[in-house]
Design a binder for this molecule. Structure first.
Ligand code: GCB
Length: 614
């Protein structure tokens, strides 16, 4: 008779999908990947739509099995291996060419509204990385699902449009010519994160950098160097590929070396922060060159050191109370036809407008993890950051697989960005309707954050309850968060006359700081209405909405910041007013091409006042 515990193992093994058992797990998290020398695979790629997913389906559109032909066999097969008599109706090598990264929205006019599966393929030459080295194929982001093939073989898959992933492809690469194929599928179901309906454009495709990264066999897989709340510079490193003697972290400008000790999980160490350490802040965004070394592997980082905590209703940066003078932003570059290809220049243009134009010190990167380019730029420019995962509106709270997806996204975000001083808040959700299942889901997600980062604050954008003139924050999640955040649209979605907004009141029993994570009103740039009661969608209405809402905000005793909705007009399929919107949410203070609307100046003046009065 089999022992009961072995039965359990046997049953679990039987449940494992056959494919997963057959495929080696090549997935790896390479923190700091974009700092390593790399062979870029950006540039020219062939592409082909596959709206019925023939490339991955079986005959008659059914599930694929061994006996039915899959076009992906043809799509990923290399020309030289093809039987000349074989029929194939996809031919990637003769398909049109586009430039990546960037959403397929920009590949051709007829792709503007395409959602579904698109195949990508390119060839590249590879020169051996040398003996004893491993090579990873890394993607900054593919929206939403990616199946990746190298030289005809499935390498692995990834879900979630906004976080990086890498595969160990050392044994699949060969000297000389190689071929990579990616199936990128933007369609989502109700079990995905986010579900299909959002108030933003799905920019399907390969939207961030693609690269091959070669590292020593023993290499740094993950690292985290930070200032702890009790004044120590602490480092945690995970090393892959066998033990490394004496990993260490050097900060030459401080003359400091932290020696680490390793156990089975990680290598850790800390020192008391030297007195001469200059703390990172929006006024002085000091970044130190930091060298992280293990075995023969070295990563050259630039890291800022600061603390962030909450005391009563105050948010303390480096021990001092701050007010977050912010704005929300989507990942969309300036221009009339954005394709979500965030370059350093594009990120700098947007963030500089917040810092220097609006007199801001804070940005909410909504509603998903933005490009690493943006969070690094925030470190450089001195903007505090709210970073969020795409748990948005009506997620399938009771599906454990959906929770696992959200947790994976959160983990990938934290591991990618834990070294950024600019990020002070992790947000686990936006505007999620309260229910027991939702509370349990979000509590689990908050647990995921707290297990991985004890140096930052946790928040979520919540909804309030309004009776007459009084709005109350009674979301049961309030007890689990460090900072409360409220989205409110009185005077836009509600019929309140603008003049009545300043008399609205806010109550919270929590004793915690609150941020207005959103408020806003649409305005079409250039539409002016000088009437005493201007129409909605005019710049005048939006400017007055800001004046009155800011007057209301001044009277909220526990308000410690705001990130109104939103810096720039952004594409949204929900916004189809034929005159004012035309497929754009017009709540921007900037038009798509960057013209400032009247309300921009209203907010800039308020932020100058707040800055100068403190
Ligand atoms: C919200 C959502 C945001 C929308 C915004 C709006 O509350 O969080 O994603 O775009 O309102 O414009 O309605």
């Amino acid at each position: 008779r089999m022992r009961p515990d072995l039965w359990l193992v046997a049953i679990l093994c039987a449940l494992l999908p056959v494919a997963a058992a057959a495929q080696p797990d090549r997935r790896a998290m390479l923190t700091g990947a974009e700092l390593r020398p790399a062979q870029s695979l950006d540039g020219a790629w062939h592409w082909s739509i596959d709206p019925y997913r023939d490339g991955i389906a079986g005959f008659h559109g059914g599930p694929p099995n061994a006996s039915t032909r899959r076009w992906s066999d043809v799509i990923v097969a290399e020309v030289a291996e093809r039987d000349p008599a074989a029929l194939f109706e996809f031919d990637m090598q003769r398909s049109p060419v586009t430039h990546l990264p960037g959403s397929w929205i920009g590949h051709a006019p007829e792709m503007r509204l395409y959602q579904g599966l698109v195949w990508y393929q390119r060839d590249f030459d590879f020169t051996s990385a040398g003996p004893g080295r491993r090579t990873y194929l890394r993607f900054g982001a593919v929206d939403y699902r990616a199946d990746v093939y190298l030289n005809g073989k499935l390498v692995g898959s990834h879900e979630g449009g906004f976080t990086p992933f890498a595969f160990d492809v050392t044994d699949l690469l060969r000297p000389g010519r190689n071929q990579i194929t990616v199936g990128a599928d933007s369609a989502r179901t109700n079990d995905d994160v986010p579900p299909p309906v959002t108030d933003w454009e799905t920019y399907g495709g390969i939207t961030r950098l693609v690269s091959l990264i070669s590292v020593p066999e023993t290499h740094i897989e993950d690292y985290w160097v930070r200032l702890t709340r009790d004044g120590r510079i602490a480092a945690t490193i995970r090393v892959a590929g066998g033990g490394a003697d004496a990993p260490r972290v050097r900060i030459p400008a401080l003359g400091t070396t932290i020696l680490l000790r390793c156990d089975a999980q990680a290598c850790t160490g800390s020192i008391a922060a030297p007195r001469r350490l200059k703390r990172w802040s929006p006024e002085t965004p000091t970044l130190y060159a930091v060298e992280i070394e293990a075995g023969g592997d070295v990563i050259h980082e630039r890291i800022g050191f600061r603390t962030i905590e909450v005391r009563g209703t105050d948010i303390l940066l480096n021990g001092k109370p701050i007010f977050l003078r912010g704005i929300s932003m989507h990942e969309e570059e300036l221009g009339s036809d954005p394709v979500r290809a965030m370059t350093p220049a594009a990120a700098r243009a947007l963030l500089t407008e917040i810092r220097d134009g609006l007199n801001g010190n804070f940005v909410r990167l909504a509603h998903y993890p933005h490009s690493e380019v943006t969070t690094r730029m925030a470190d450089e420019l001195g903007l505090l950051v709210w970073s969020e995962v795409q748990v948005y509106w009506r997620v399938n709270w009771s599906n454990p697989a959906t929770l696992a997806t959200a947790q994976a996204m959160m983990t990938e975000t934290i591991q990618r960005d834990r070294n950024r001083a600019s990020i002070i808040l992790w947000s686990v959700a936006n505007e999620t309707p309260v229910s027991e299942a939702r509370n349990a889901f979000l509590r689990a997600l908050i647990g995921t954050v707290r297990a991985q980062d004890d140096t930052r604050l946790v928040t979520a954008a919540l909804l309030s309850k309004r009776e007459g003139k009084v709005s109350t924050i009674d979301d049961p999640l309030a007890g689990d968060l460090d900072v409360l955040a409220i989205n409110t649209y009185n005077g836009w979605y509600s019929g309140d006359p603008l003049a009545s907004l300043p008399s609205l009141e806010w109550r919270s029993e929590s004793g915690k700081p609150m941020i207005f994570s959103e408020f806003g009103a649409d305005a079409q740039a250039g539409y002016h209405d000088a009437a005493p009661s201007p129409h909605k969608f005019s710049e005048d209405y939006q400017a007055d909405y800001y004046r009155q809402t800011l007057a209301m905000a001044r009277r909220v005793p526990f308000l410690r910041g705001m990130s109104p909705w939103i810096l720039k007009d952004f594409r949204s399929p929900r916004r189809q007013h034929p005159v004012y919107q035309q497929g754009w949410n017009r709540k921007g203070l900037l038009s798509p091409t960057g013209e400032r609307k009247q309300a921009f100046e209203v907010l800039a003046q308020e932020y100058a006042r707040i800055r100068d009065s403190r």
